[in-house]
Design a protein around this ligand. Structure first.
Ligand SMILES: [Zn+2]
Length: 429
């Protein structure tokens, strides 16, 4: 193997002439002097069109490449400017790096791959870069994927949702494909204009092909859907409806806890007409406080300790236990689905109505307001588990992506992770 092709292979570059290699021992860095092959010279950095030479730009510059064993590597080359017919004076395209990048293509690709599969610390330590730099790289790699793929093609059933990504009312609107489980679109904002931008990107023909759109019942979503895709059946995402019930249950739990805490070991009575009388104590308050997870979890996932907590609640706080059963009952409605689910929902609504728990009576009214959409999702059996899983993963990514400069980098990471086009490691097919 000739030295030049060995170096090209080591660096993971194409269309590149390796002119010289120097090891700077003091800094433990390999500096490789390169230039593009003849056919790859004098092209616009943005569109790749052949363009006349303009000037030398800022002279020679460095691009960080993948480490060679234990030492860092940089590529050094001229960065002349060309005059593109469309883009004006721009830095010329180079085959080894993306436009405007300070790292080689292979370096970018490896970082993007790691960002999808590893922890933040693993990426930054291994690649010796800041987390913000990871954000910029992920953004570039995702833009490359977007340039050659159309994620919005062939959509029939989608879910539109909002995800909070930072404290202080910062939200993304996200669109998930019910059939593939992929994230297909995300933009900052939580309003009708943002949903409108999704339909702009979709275009009228593909909007007309949508058969079902699920959402959490928010009018800023449904109004736009009715206007832009009137043929689509509007469904309510079951996991949202169940999460409303979980919130109600939590409110009842807090109420019960407050009463028990005030009792302070005394004999304060927890008012409950249906469940009889019961005297609370401080120890009870602690048990209720600890029972939060037991109340939230699906019964199948409970630990034996949590099962015991539930049994305790059933005996000692019938009102809280009833609230728990109501939450579970609603979950059961969506597990049934179809006509059976619709009947179960009717029964549930009657049950909530006479539960004498204020928040659940109110929840019953709220569900009635959204009944057509909820019935539609029961009837059409939208893959709820999948949408919920994507939703959970996006929330996880928003936490990891904290520290990225812009929401664009967060969206890029979410797209690479959940959009179905995972980056490949450099040099692998
Ligand atoms: Zn151009």
């Amino acid at each position: 193997m000739r030295n030049v092709s060995l170096w090209r292979g080591l660096l993971g570059v194409d269309q590149t002439v390796v002119e010289d290699v120097e090891f700077v021992e003091a800094e433990q860095v390999v500096v490789v002097s390169v230039r593009p092959v003849k056919g790859a010279c004098r092209r616009c950095g943005r569109c790749g069109a052949r363009s006349p030479w303009f000037d030398r730009g800022e002279g020679r510059r460095w691009w960080r490449g993948l480490d060679l064993g234990t030492v860092r590597t940089v590529l050094e080359a001229e960065a002349p400017r060309v005059r593109c017919r469309v883009h004006g004076v721009v830095v010329a395209w180079v085959p080894w790096a993306r436009h405007g990048a300070g790292h080689t293509r292979a370096f970018d690709d490896q970082v993007a791959w790691l960002a999808v599969v590893c922890s933040k610390t693993a990426v930054t330590e291994l690649m010796r870069i800041a987390w913000r730099t990871v954000g910029a790289i992920v953004d570039r790699v995702c833009a490359d994927v977007d340039a050659v793929t159309d994620r919005l093609d062939g959509l029939a059933r989608v879910g539109i949702d909002e995800v909070s990504y930072r404290k202080g009312q910062k939200y993304l609107t996200v669109v998930v494909d019910h059939d593939s489980g992929r994230l297909v679109w995300a933009q900052p904002g939580r309003d009708a204009a943002t949903v409108g931008r999704f339909f702009d990107a979709l275009g009228p023909d593909r909007a007309a092909a949508l058969t079902h759109v699920s959402a959490d019942g928010a009018t800023w979503i449904t109004n736009v859907v009715r206007a832009r895709a009137p043929q689509a059946v509007i469904c309510a995402d079951p996991f949202h409806v169940v999460s409303w019930a979980t919130k109600c249950l939590d409110e009842v739990r807090r109420e019960t806890w407050t009463i028990a805490r005030r009792a302070a070991g005394g004999t304060h009575q927890i008012g409950d007409r249906a469940g009889g009388r019961y005297h609370a104590s401080r120890g009870d308050a602690q048990t209720i406080a600890r029972s939060r997870w037991a109340l939230w979890k699906n019964p199948n996932d409970l630990t034996s300790n949590q099962t015991a907590q539930l049994a305790w609640i059933a005996t000692c706080s019938p009102r809280l236990h009833r609230a728990y059963l109501l939450k579970e009952g609603l979950r059961h409605v969506f597990n049934l689905g179809g006509i059976e689910g619709q009947h179960a929902l009717t029964a549930w609504l009657a049950w909530a109505q006479r539960s004498r728990i204020g928040v659940f009576v109110e929840l019953g009214r709220r569900i009635k307001r959204h009944l057509p959409a909820i019935h539609a999702s029961l009837e059409h059996g939208l893959s709820n588990a999948r949408i919920e899983a994507v939703n959970t993963k996006i929330r996880l990514i928003t936490r990891i992506a904290f520290g990225f400069k812009s929401p664009d980098a967060l969206i890029a990471l979410a797209m690479l992770t959940l959009g179905g086009y995972r980056p490949a490691l450099p040099g692998r097919t």
